[in-house]
Design a protein around this ligand. Structure first.
Ligand SMILES: Nc1ncnc2c1ncn2[C@@H]1O[C@H](COP(=O)(O)OP(=O)(O)OP(=O)(O)O)[C@@H](O)[C@H]1O
Length: 236
């Protein structure tokens, strides 16, 4: 993926949905996976553009899974001049070993979000940028339809009034394939936290379903996405 395309697509989302205001302090939620690394890479490039005026941080919640080492991420942040904060937790153990949660993903997301919010407050950051990309918006829409029977997906921008933090998703227009290309070309240091339910969730099943549909309708993702945009799913 060309860097100019990455910046243009990210900037388009940022401008269209007013994701960044001058002087903002933004934290990228860095999981160690390819999506949030690509987001960090894109925003650190945008931050250097003369018409952009914001400060960037990277924040990671270390889930405490055995063998995970965040050093490559710390080194990467250092190399692009972005301060890195890693919050060490035992969330993995609490969720999977002690509580043996029936729906670990929602519990994990909730607890992780609480820790991220607290850390953002300490860092004086008012916005949390997440690495959701175009295909995640489509996947969430299909999952909501199949599981909850409603037309719904994530928003490019949403305000969490209880925490006083704004969530932004600047990779709205970037596809997963583009992120994979970028990760390989730029040798981004992916160090995924070894989650036990990775690949066996309903979200993974809808991703497989979309792959099946693609065999008969190769452009289905473009069509789904333009349907979401056309139906004004995303509020500005
Ligand atoms: N442990 C974490 N610490 C900080 N931010 C996180 C963490 N886990 C997830 N996030 C943020 O939430 C977003 C969505 O999380 P999700 O678990 O769905 O990961 P994903 O879609 O596989 O993305 P990635 O490739 O970045 O892991 C991530 O892109 C990242 O911005």
């Amino acid at each position: 993926m060309k860097l100019s395309t990455l910046y243009a697509k990210t900037k388009r989302a940022v401008m269209e949905y007013c994701m960044i205001q001058p002087g903002d302090r933004i934290a990228v939620g860095l999981s160690g996976g390819k999506d949030s690394l690509a987001l960090l890479f894109a925003l650190s490039g945008l931050a250097k553009q003369p018409d952009m005026n914001f400060e960037l941080n990277a924040v990671m919640v270390d889930m405490g899974f055995e063998g995970f080492d965040s050093t490559p991420l710390a080194n990467f942040c250092d190399s692009i001049g972005v301060p890195f904060t890693c919050v060490k937790t035992e969330l993995g153990k609490v969720i999977f070993e002690e509580r043996k949660e029936q729906s670990p993903c929602s519990m994990c997301a909730k607890m992780r979000r609480g820790i991220l919010n607290r850390t953002l407050k300490e860092l004086n950051c008012g916005k949390l940028a997440l690495g959701h990309h175009r295909d995640d918006f489509i996947n969430t829409w299909l999952l909501s339809l199949l599981r909850e029977g409603r037309f719904h997906t994530m928003q490019p921008v949403s305000y969490m009034s209880d925490a006083g933090i704004t969530l932004v998703r600047p990779l709205l227009y970037v596809t997963e394939d583009e992120i994979k290309q970028l990760t390989a070309e730029k040798k981004l240091p992916v160090v995924k936290q070894p989650c036990p339910v990775d690949g066996v969730t309903d979200r993974a099943k809808t991703a497989e379903l979309i792959c099946e549909i693609k065999k008969s309708f190769p452009d289905c993702e473009e069509r789904f996405f333009s349907a979401l945009k056309g139906a004004d799913f995303f509020s500005k």
